[in-house]
Structure formats: C-alpha cells, structure tokens
Design a protein around this ligand. Structure first.
Ligand SMILES: [Zn+2]
Length: 384
C-alpha cells in the first residue's frame, strides 16, 4: 500500500450522510458522546482515564484498537458506570437517537443489556422504561427539527452470565413498549448460544425475534449454535461464515491484473452452513471497522481490503452494514459506507442495496417495513 486509504480522494459525488440509512447493530453503551460521559461521571463520582472530551474519545479508540475483543470490551466499564441512574440512561438514549438522526439514520435498532445497569438499585423493568423514555424523547427532539426517525430496543443478555431466561421474559414483557428483539452479547468464544437454549425456546414460543452475536470472536460452531439453539433470524457480524467458503483461483486468473479482475471470483464452494445462511437470506450484521479492530477478520488478511464482506455480498449473502460501537471505533454509519466506497469501489446502487437489505431485515411488522423500503427508494429516486 502506498498511502493510507483514508487519504484517497473521495470516489463519490453524492452526500452519503444525507442518504437515509438503517442501523441494525449499534450498542447503546458503545455510542456515548465523550462530553456526556465526563458530565455523568462527575455526577456519580466515577473516575475516567481523561476529563478532556477529545482526549477521552481518543482513549476509547486506542483501547479498542488493540486487536483483542477482551480489551475492546473493557472500555465498556466506563460507559456502563455512567449508565446506572434513570437520568444517565435517559440522557444517553436520547442523545443516541439524535446522533443517529444527524447521521441520516431513519430506522435504528439499539441494543443494550439491562442486567448491566442495576448497580445502583434500579430494577430490570425500570432500566428498560428509562431507556424507552430517552429514546422517545430523542425521537421527539428529532421530529422538532423536521426529520423522522424510528427506533426499537434489542434487549440483550450477557453470554457469560446466567440471566438469559429472565432477560428473555423482560424483552417479551416490553414488546409493546419499544422492545423489538433479543440478542446475546459479550465474550463469544467459549459461550455458545446453546447455553441459552431454554431462553431462546421461550422467545420462539412467544414469537419474539432474536438476532445473535456469532461468527465474530468464534467460528462456525458458534454460528451453527446461533441458528439451531438461538433460532437466530439475523447474525450479529456472522463474518466468520466466510470460513465455510472456499475460493480456488487457477494460476492464470490469480496473476491476471485485468480490469475484469472483480468478475474473476474463481471457483467458489459453499459448505452446508454457509449455503443455509445465503439461501435462506439470513441477514449478516457486518460492522467493518469493528471487525478490523477486534481481530474478527484477522484470519482473512491484514487490512479492511481483506474483509470478506465484499465476497459475501458478491456471492449473494444478505449483507447489512453497521457500526457496532461508534464511540470505540470512532465512526458513524456514513463513515462505514465511505470506507466501503473507498475500499471496494461501491457505488450508489451498492449502498442502496445494502440499505434495503437492512430495511428488509428490520424487526418490524410487514407494513412498516414496506413503508421504510418505499421511503428509502423514493429518497434515492429523487437523487437522480
Ligand atoms: Zn456487537
């Protein structure tokens, strides 16, 4: 590589930020504003690595850049510490919605783990309600500026803990007050979704949808368990499904530097698991920058250009693009799309397709999903 990718001239002549976007994988405790963390920490007496917003933001990004999911997860100690009161939860949720709207997001699913917010005596139901009030206030604040955004909660259980059943019941209890789905998060390796089989069965019995983190820090066994035990309708990341795909180039093709190289994808063989995911259209919630930071794609090469998302997308997998943790990765959804434009030469049609994939995979009733798809299509049609 001769120069950093981000220094390259923008390959697009449209305003990515203003395009309507759908965000399916974005952690509430990974998207706080540094200035808010500092103010909330002061109020609750929590000590931070820095009390300067710029330096603190930098600290989060550097810590997350270590290449280890475990160290990445350590940064959450600070964000979670300031989200233990109704006021803290409300403010973080409200600002989260405003920040998404400022980035052009028109529909977002916000995931977070209620069990991590009980340190100061709030109950599970109280924290879910505080977050919903904050989300509603965020939606109202956005509406006052003449824009629209819709958000839903993905109620998450921590996979190293044992509260799956309780959290599944909590999610179902709040299904008419903002909860749209269930997830498990945290250390993936060694904590298969099968640990939560009973909770997932309970959710299925209540026709409540689940997306499951799998194929990030662990491989195919974890993905299989997400589908079988978790009955996952979407996969959080799922990027390591690429381990179930073999691509063989003949020598001639591999050496060729023709402009048609993109079309030269060689001989592709999908295993049974990757076939199932592609053929059934199970959405992959891909988070490009995060995947690079946590080492999720280390098995495929060094830089973002070796991210298998492009191969998965070209092969017809249901790829969606997300941010994971905007604070830790220092990104917005606009940035992630920009990265794909620069790295894989994606154009407006690609961005529209990836956005529609996300809209269609949203945990929304059919009529609302169709309205969302129509809204996005109209906005793109008006660009022409
Ligand atoms: Zn995640």
């Amino acid at each position: 590589m001769t120069e950093p990718i981000l220094d390259a001239a923008p390959a697009i002549d449209f305003d990515l930020k203003s395009l309507p976007k759908v965000s399916l994988h974005d952690h509430l405790d990974g998207g706080l504003r540094p200035a808010t963390i500092i103010e909330l920490a002061e109020a609750v007496g929590h000590t931070l690595p820095s009390t300067d917003p710029v330096a603190l933001g930098e600290w989060f990004r550097e810590s997350a850049d270590s290449g280890s999911l475990v160290r990445y997860l350590e940064t959450f100690d600070h964000t979670i510490a300031v989200m233990q009161t109704k006021e803290g939860l409300f403010r973080v949720a409200k600002e989260f919605v405003e920040d998404l709207a400022d980035d052009g997001v028109v529909y977002g699913e916000v995931r977070w783990a209620p069990e991590q917010h009980l340190q100061k005596g709030l109950t599970l139901d109280e924290v879910v309600e505080a977050i919903q009030e904050g989300l509603d206030a965020g939606v109202d604040a956005v509406a006052e500026t003449g824009r629209d955004i819709q958000v839903g909660q993905l109620i998450t259980a921590m996979r190293h803990a044992d509260r799956g059943q309780e959290i599944a019941e909590l999610a179902v209890r709040h299904r008419n007050n903002g909860a749209v789905g269930f997830d498990i998060a945290g250390a993936e390796d060694g904590f298969l979704p099968s640990r939560f089989r009973d909770a997932f069965t309970y959710l299925a019995q209540h026709n409540f949808p689940a997306t499951v983190h799998a194929g990030e820090a662990a491989g195919l066994e974890s993905i299989q368990s997400a589908l079988v035990d978790g009955r996952a309708l979407r996969l959080g990341h799922g990027v390591r499904i690429a381990e179930d795909i073999t691509v063989e180039f003949d020598d001639e093709d591999a050496d060729a530097e023709s402009e048609e190289a993109d079309a030269n994808i060689g001989m592709v063989t999908l295993g049974e698991l990757s076939s199932w995911i592609r053929d059934r259209g199970i959405a992959l919630e891909i988070c490009p920058s995060s995947n690079l930071q946590t080492g999720a794609i280390a098995g495929f090469g060094e830089g973002i250009e070796s991210h298998p998302l492009d191969m998965l997308y070209q092969l017809g997998f249901n790829v969606t693009i997300n941010t994971d943790n905007r604070l830790m990765s220092g990104v917005t959804l606009t940035d992630e799309f920009e990265l794909l434009v620069e790295t894989f030469d994606y154009d407006l049609d690609d961005i529209l397709e990836l956005t529609l994939n996300a809209a269609e995979a949203a945990f929304l009733p059919l009529e609302e999903k169709e309205a969302l798809v129509e809204y996005i299509n109209d906005a793109y049609a008006n660009l022409a």
